[in-house]
Design a protein. Sequence first.
Length: 280
Amino acid sequence: MRVQKMHPVIGLEILDLDLSNPLPDESFKQIRAGLNEYSLILIRNQNLTEEQHVNFSKRFGNLMTHVLTQYLTTPYPELYVLSNKSINGKPIGNHKEGWNWHSDWSYYEVPCLGSVLYAREVPPEGGDTLFSSMCAAYEALDDNFKKRLLGLEAVHSYVGYFGKAFKDRAPLSDAQRARTPDVTHPIVRTHPETGRKSLYVGEDIISHIIGLEKGESADLLAQLNAHAVSEEFVYRHNWREGDLIIWDNRCTMHCATPYDDQKYFRVMHRATIEGVDRPR
Ligand SMILES: [Fe+2]
């Protein structure tokens, strides 16, 4: 397979690959190894059915279903839809989702391994996604600061995030809240496959760092989040229809950006790969 690096610290593009054809195990192995080394894989110009998207994603592991079940596709509940489109007055997907820096599903005890996002319809301008290498961000910290972070844990709260991100919506149901209790994760985690350390933070999802005064916790989080998304660690992706991106949520953060949702439609389908271990 022909490949090219996309950015100094994150991202590998695989060229000339058509995922609607059977993918040999050897080729998949190369993609999997590339994901470990570059944290993000881009494959452009795909024309996939929902079934093909799901089947390719399953090569990475079991798939998870989103707690907002109203935005899953039928008959593939493994696909979570991000969109501003409605059919018969009913939104087909979640809109304005992920417009902050986060790792997908960090609010679970065992967060997801990765995400497989496929662009079905994109606006001609806007709607870029930013991706940050949390390994590179961690490695750039000075040793004293790294020591200060060792052992610190933070509370990740989906209920808190939902309240901040979707103030204009009906609150989560009791069943949805029951599926998303607050969880605690270390601020620095070690990648279970590569052994690389990375920051594990996020903007709205973390309520506080355990054991610190409220102000100190907020200041440290703001400092870490700002550092983690410094320009040198961030790749900006301008989507084209048919782009498929797989990223490793164990060592990256990402952030969606707005677009003119009155003028354009955007339809993205995401499969989410189950994690196999708790961050540590
Ligand atoms: Fe996300």
